[in-house]
Design a protein around this ligand. Structure first.
Ligand SMILES: Nc1ncnc2c1ncn2[C@@H]1O[C@H](COP(=O)(O)OP(=O)(O)O)[C@@H](O)[C@H]1O
Ligand SMILES: [Mg+2]
Length: 352
């Protein structure tokens, strides 16, 4: 099935609080889209509206050419995975995964076949007879994933499914979710406030703030060419520098002149340089700045460099050089083209 989702002018009010301010969103069939934004921006509310758990105040939700916003959740054939695993504690893994199929009156032999196939897919083939409490958090979340996919859903919805796991388990389940989603090609919406998770998993990232969509794009587009400062900073460390702009060129605070990637913008806050794109060389004279602080991280070293009353951050790949000492004079080299960042004000037509 071509299970694209279309959300149109979706509004959700909780009493007098407008939590979703007219969301328009297209999710292509078979792709994984992440909703990324700070806590409280409305990600869960949007996901719950798509699932049918929450009724929107106004607006429409379509699954391909069928309007679904009036349907109860059980008539949507969506699989869901939450932050808390929400397994039945007294049922075995097998029973937990079978539950949704039993609700749908699937035959016994078919249930056994599909449950085992789903457990195989999430790497738990040998654990069918265990109880949830006999499994690690990561394994319990795998059971929750098996339970979501076993019904052969049109759409998979994830709400911060990795945030209760410790870092190592989170990384391994993240990789497995990516492979699984690509293999099954089920249309997926994945909520997270974690930019690394969004970048690792998403075909497309939708950045949200205060109940609105700021912008959307592939991970690389949003990281390299965001429209707004909000997006640039949410997706990772960045230096936002005031630069003297003249036509299609700009002059950086330390005097380097560079071409602009997106000249002619209005409402610009500055030009962006990711710390890993800023070159740093130690010099004896004619320096641009001075090392204020460093942090050795193994694969990379982070520097704070003072230049005329401000501090810029640089990250150099580890291994090639000794760490520069505090007080070391340095020259900076900016990348060949620089990208301007605008201020995000929200869509005021919709903020009422
Ligand atoms: N059931 C509810 N009743 C009242 N306010 C709610 C309810 N659910 C969420 N909110 C409010 O809606 C806003 C968005 O919440 P939520 O969608 O959970 O954000 P996120 O998932 O991005 O952290 C928050 O201000 C939250 O307090
Ligand atoms: Mg949430």
């Amino acid at each position: 099935m071509d299970a694209s989702i279309s959300v149109r002018n979706l509004v959700k009010d909780f009493d007098s609080l407008r939590v979703l301010k007219g969301i328009d969103l297209e999710i292509p069939a078979g792709r994984l889209v992440t909703l990324l934004g700070p806590s409280g921006c409305g990600k869960t509310t949007l996901l719950r509206a798509i699932s049918g758990i929450t009724d929107p105040t106004s607006g429409e939700i379509w699954l391909k050419d069928r309007r679904i916003d009036g349907l109860p959740p059980e008539n949507r054939n969506f699989g869901m995975v939450f932050q808390t695993y929400a397994l039945f504690p007294h049922m075995t893994v097998e029973k937990n995964v079978a539950f949704g199929l039993e609700m749908r009156n699937v035959g016994r032999a078919e249930i056994t076949r599909r449950v085992h196939a789903a457990l195989e897919l999430v790497g738990l083939a040998g654990h069918a007879g265990r109880l949830p409490k006999q499994l690690s958090g990561g394994q319990q979340q795998r059971v929750a994933v098996a339970r979501a996919i076993v019904i052969e859903p049109d759409v998979l919805l994830f709400d911060e499914p990795l945030s209760n796991l410790d870092a190592k388990l989170r990384d391994s389940l993240r990789e497995d979710l990516r492979h699984l989603q690509q293999k099954l090609a089920i249309t997926s919406v994945y909520v997270t406030h974690d930019q690394a998770e969004a970048m690792a998993l998403a075909d497309e990232i939708v950045v949200m703030k205060d109940g609105q969509i700021v912008e959307r794009g592939s991970p690389i587009d949003l990281y390299r060419r965001p429209r707004y400062r909000f997006t640039a900073e949410f997706l990772g460390m960045t230096n936002v520098l005031e630069a003297d702009i003249a036509g299609s060129q700009c002059r950086l605070p330390w005097g380097e002149v560079r071409a602009l990637d997106n000249p002619g913008e209005t409402d610009v806050e500055g030009v962006a340089i990711r710390p890993e794109d800023l070159g740093v060389q130690p010099v004896e004279a004619d320096h641009h700045g001075v090392v204020e602080q460093s942090m050795f991280m193994g694969a990379a070293t982070h520097y704070w460099i003072g230049i005329g009353g401000r501090t810029v951050r640089a990250i150099t790949a580890g291994g090639h050089m000794d760490i520069l000492q505090n007080g070391q004079k340095v020259k900076l080299t900016a990348p060949a083209r620089l990208h301007q960042l605008k201020t995000y004000h929200g869509d005021e037509r919709r903020a009422a």
